[in-house]
Design a protein around this ligand. Structure first.
Ligand SMILES: O=C(CO)[C@H](O)[C@H](O)COP(=O)(O)O
Length: 224
């Protein structure tokens, strides 16, 4: 059983006629885009924005109508994956390199539903190295400042070349160990010159749909 598909298809039940929808990035969001495409072909009327070039291409292939950002104020709902989440719905995202666009889209969504298999749900964030997006200029110095913050940063590569995001930036995957205070770390990272953003998503997810290996699903809601 494909747990990512299970969670993704459940989340797509929240998509209703007339909504403006954000499309996430990654192998779990892939299934959500496929399901939304199927529902669009059956008559669902929505308009969407994508969080990466890859998801935009997939959405077009699926016949999902895309709307330019200047035509709408924000989104009703975004469905996206995560690399790790805790029960307070703090997230680590960016394993697929789309964290900046994903965060912009999530910030402007009334609802952000995270879809994941059960392996992503953790008691404490930090096993997955935190992706930090850096401008290429003087990135060696920015990496050094990440080290001074307590990280072990690794510059992301792609077939031996430096990995470049859709925004033309680099990514440092940072091991901080267990993250006791995600909000504090998020703020400290944002203060470093050269850091564009980081994969900690705090206070953005409103609910998560988790697929379990016994075929069941659970929903984690953000506490009011
Ligand atoms: O943040 C992301 C991309 O930037 C993805 O949502 C995250 O990496 C999860 O991906 P997958 O569903 O393939 O495990």
């Amino acid at each position: 059983m494909n747990l990512k598909q299970l969670a993704a298809e459940k989340a797509v039940e929240y998509v209703k006629d007339g909504m403006h929808v954000g499309l996430g990035t990654g192998s779990t969001a892939y299934w959500a885009i496929l399901k939304i495409g199927e529902r669009v072909r059956e008559g669902l009327s929505i308009q969407a924005v994508a969080t990466s070039k890859a998801s935009e291409k997939l959405a077009k292939e699926q016949g999902i109508p895309l709307i330019p950002f200047d035509r709408i104020q924000g989104l009703d709902l975004t469905i996206d994956g995560a690399d790790e989440l805790d029960r307070g719905l703090h997230l680590i995202k960016g394993g697929g390199g789309a964290l900046l666009r994903e965060k912009i889209v999530a910030f402007h969504s009334k609802e952000l539903i995270i879809i994941a298999d059960e392996s992503k749900l953790v008691d404490k964030l930090g096993t997955f190295p935190l992706p930090v997006e850096l401008v290429p200029f003087a990135y060696e110095w920015t990496m050094a400042s990440l080290e001074r913050l307590g990280a072990k940063p690794m510059l992301r590569t792609d077939d031996e070349s430096i990995y470049v995001t859709d925004n033309g930036n680099y990514i440092a995957d940072c091991r901080f160990g267990e993250i006791d205070n995600p909000n504090e770390l998020h703020q400290r990272l944002l203060h470093l010159p050269g850091v564009v953003d980081n994969g900690l998503f705090i206070g953005l997810a409103t609910r998560a749909v988790i697929g379990h290996s016994d075929g069941s699903m659970s929903v984690v809601e953000r506490e009011a």
